[in-house]
Design a protein around this ligand. Structure first.
Ligand SMILES: Nc1ncnc2c1ncn2[C@@H]1O[C@H](COP(=O)(O)OP(=O)(O)OP(=O)(O)O)[C@@H](O)[C@H]1O
Ligand SMILES: [Mg+2]
Length: 507
């Protein structure tokens, strides 16, 4: 029989009335990649947080290497050889990479010998093909690079079991390949990986077995090579058959709602990020923005939403010159924005769901009367939004930070779509969402389009872009590489443009 590095027995974890995990049994074999799959709020992160000692108490037993352990502190977990990369990273932005790596090590030697620590870190990076400058400040790194730091930090502590909580949600396709290679290398060394993802094809590719959680309970553990198809996994997770197809009527474009002319902007380092960008979106149409992350998409969205100064060109919203408008002025023109970083710009964790719902609209008619907030209406309306977007929470009075990752995203999307935008700018709208929620949000975006909104959707996921967009604009190094209609777009054509290769005229 294969050796189990980890056995979790009858794990139950409650938060007040909420039972996040209920009598969970999980066996993980040494050297395997084991997936955890389940809907948003099914209890995946909570189970792994128990294992990593993030809570001071849980019911049940954890056996590591055959020994019963009480893991009530991450220090204990690390000492056992457990490493975790959280769904939301935990690095300190103003410190350097190497400072973050040695932070919290029990042996202060390394704090004094940063040079030596940096050398060891660099060697690890080379070994796993994930080179990162140890002296860079974390805040200057891309999300993908920060994740590498988190992984290398765990390996620096010699993790034998590495927990990756939705590691691919924020990665580009190239980075995902790199991560998969690393997982294979770790397995070769006899290390074990627990991999959380909503993407069934990823699980089918890198994992040996998969445990499905539903509403805090284990539904099944299956061998991945025995799984018939994606639909089968999806059905286990949701408890019924799920429709994975998207239905979309042909586009009925109206007036030009957003016009961008020769737009230029700089990035945070003062270098050109958006160059001579021109395009238009009509009401009733979805324009997908496609490109490898870091090619000016974020900066362009920030210009369009009033968060970044432009250095050239014009932005017209509904025919009006909106260049240089503040956030509030742009909102007044009917913009809804699903931001890239929901934690920084999308929500306030310490506020409850109702308060988060009214963050943007609190000046509007229904929400306030004569300067006073109309709480009765807000309460009723919030409850109906929570219901229709299926935000998993005991009540709308729950603090946003207690929601699971995907449910926070649903909250932000619900608020932005509920405003009935004329212009919707959605950045990675389905990031972190389970299959069912993704389909629902996509159908709601299509509904906004059919109601006449002009929609700009930024995504790094080609499948999502090709399914939803009426036209797709490819960005490369801040430039518009070309626009393809939904009918023209193929993975190959988009891939070439994303790599900066322009189609030959007539080709
Ligand atoms: N600190 C907390 N306080 C109260 N409730 C919590 C807390 N942490 C988690 N929960 C609740 O526990 C349940 C499970 O959450 P968890 O984060 O484990 O889900 P998940 O499976 O990781 O979902 P996702 O795919 O969205 O990340 C949710 O209902 C969530 O609201
Ligand atoms: Mg989670």
């Amino acid at each position: 029989m294969t050796e189990c590095i980890l056995r979790m027995r009858q794990i139950t974890k409650r938060f007040g009335e909420v039972i996040a995990n209920s009598e969970v049994n999980l066996d993980v074999e040494k050297g395997e990649a084991h997936a955890l799959l389940g809907e948003n709020g099914a209890g995946k992160s909570t189970l792994m947080n128990c294992l990593y000692g993030m809570y001071d108490s849980y019911e049940g037993e954890i056996y590591f290497d055959g020994k019963l352990e009480r893991v009530s502190d991450p220090k204990r977990a690390i000492a056992l050889g457990i490493g975790m990369v959280h769904q939301h990273f935990m690095l300190i932005p103003v410190l350097t990479v190497v400072e973050n790596v040695v932070l919290g090590l029990k042996d202060n030697k390394e704090l004094l010998d940063l040079r030596g620590a940096a050398d060891k870190f660099e060697r690890l990076g080379k070994k796993y093909n994930m080179v990162i400058d140890p002296w860079a400040r974390v805040e200057t790194l891309s999300v993908g690079q920060q994740q590498r730091v988190e992984i290398l930090k765990a390996l620096y502590r010699d993790a034998r079991l590495l927990i990756l909580d939705e590691p691919t949600a924020v990665l580009t396709p190239g980075e995902i390949e790199g991560l998969f290679e690393m997982i294979a290398a770790l397995k070769n060394e006899g290390r074990t990986v627990i991999f959380i993802s909503h993407k069934l094809n990823e699980i089918m590719r890198v994992c040996d077995r998969c445990t499905v959680l539903r509403q805090g309970r284990v539904e099944a553990t299956v061998r991945v090579d025995e799984v018939r198809d994606r639909e089968h996994l999806a059905a286990l997770m949701v408890g019924r058959e799920v429709e994975l197809q998207t239905v979309k009527a042909p586009c009925q474009p109206g007036e030009e709602r957003l016009v961008v002319e020769h737009l230029a902007a700089l990035n945070d380092l003062g270098l050109p990020a958006v160059r001579d960008m021109s395009f238009a979106i009509r009401g009733g149409e979805i324009l997908g923005i496609c490109g490898v992350d870091g090619n000016g998409q974020s900066e362009m969205v920030q210009c369009l939403t009033g968060l970044r100064r432009t250095t050239g060109g014009r932005i017209l919203i509904g025919g009006k010159d909106a260049t240089g408008y503040s956030v509030r002025q742009i909102l007044r023109e009917g913009l809804s924005h699903i931001p890239e970083d929901r934690h920084k710009f999308g929500m306030i964790g310490a506020m409850n769901i109702e308060e988060n719902f009214i963050l943007v609209s609190y000046r509007e008619e229904l929400y306030s009367r004569r300067g006073l907030l109309n709480w009765r209406w807000i309460g009723k309306h919030s409850a109906s939004l929570v219901d229709s977007y299926n935000v998993k929470t005991p009540t709308a009075k729950e603090e946003a930070k207690n929601l699971s990752g995907g449910n926070q995203q649903k909250m932000v999307v619900a608020r932005e779509l509920d405003r009935g935008p004329k212009l919707l700018i959605a950045v990675h709208p389905s990031r972190g969402l389970d299959i069912g929620a993704t389909k629902y949000i996509q159908s709601q975006i299509i509904k906004q389009r059919d109601n006449g909104a002009a929609v700009m959707m930024v995504s790094t996921e080609l499948d999502e872009l090709m399914e939803l967009s009426d036209r797709i604009l490819v960005m490369y190094e801040g430039e518009n590489m070309g626009v393809l209609t939904q009918g023209e777009a193929t993975r190959e054509k988009l891939g070439a443009l994303m790599a900066g290769i322009r189609a030959r005229p007539g080709a």
